[in-house]
Design a protein around this ligand. Structure first.
Ligand code: DX5
Ligand code: ZN
Length: 223
């Protein structure tokens, strides 16, 4: 089967201006962003709190973009149904909190939604192999999760390359996503990825959201 190399940009609303969230999401969509990345933090798995299902509920009628929920929480199985019921299309859980991710992946798939697994920068990439045939997306974190605005970790380049090899072997249709410190300068360091999550680099770009997305698309396609 052919490798899935369709380049997509996923703005992370964590860096958005929440007083103008609807407007900013509309601008990102008009500029060609394909998916919306919603970061969910529980104050346990990561030392920060963020958003819940109500945010997905508010955005769902305002966008046709795929909505992906990145669950940075200790007990992801508890929240799958509520995010999907509010309109999430893809749910990403962290490998580090699950002894066996298969039941939660099966629950997501049973609800006819896409399933993803994220791995932290210090988790061996090969840990994802048993799950690859079940995944729509594998997320290689390029910072330690918890906060926007961090610096891309340079070791990520080799990890992304390895993950691309594993995907080619085990499930070529699976998306390879990167998240953390991505902008038009670091996107080329993530060669092999096809989905780029970007918060600060889009919503805090000095030239605005549309210019940021244009720059990212060209940087990502030349990587
Ligand atoms: C980090 C989150 C990211 C974050 C990315 O814990 O998972 O999605 O919003 O933000 P930037 O692009 O600012 O690094
Ligand atoms: Zn994220």
């Amino acid at each position: 089967m052919a490798i899935n190399n369709s380049i997509q940009i996923a703005p992370s609303i964590l860096a958005a201006d929440f007083s103008r969230l609807g407007e900013q999401v509309a601008e990102a969509e008009a500029a060609g962003a394909e998916r919306l990345h919603v970061d969910v933090m529980d104050g346990h798995f990561v030392p920060n709190l963020s958003m819940g299902p109500v945010v997905v509920e508010g955005l769902r009628p305002r966008t046709n973009m795929l909505i992906e929920v990145h669950l940075m929480v200790e007990a992801p199985a508890k929240f799958v149904a509520s995010f999907i019921n509010k309109g999430a299309d893809l749910v990403i859980v962290h490998h580090e909190v699950l002894a066996d991710a298969r039941p939660v992946l099966a629950d997501i798939k049973k609800r006819d939604k896409k399933a993803g697994i994220a791995i932290n920068p210090n988790t061996p990439v090969d840990a994802i192999v048993p799950y690859l045939p079940l995944l729509d997306l594998a997320l290689c974190m390029t910072v330690f999760p918890g906060f926007g605005g961090q610096t891309f970790l340079p070791d990520s380049t080799a990890r992304i390359g390895r993950l691309r090899q594993l995907i080619a072997q085990h499930n070529p249709q699976c998306d390879l996503e990167v998240d953390g410190g991505i902008d038009s300068r670091t996107a080329p360091l993530a060669a092999g990825a096809n989905v780029f999550v970007v918060g600060t680099g889009i919503f805090r770009h000095p030239l605005g959201i549309s210019a940021a997305i244009r720059e990212l698309k060209s940087a990502a396609s030349s990587s």
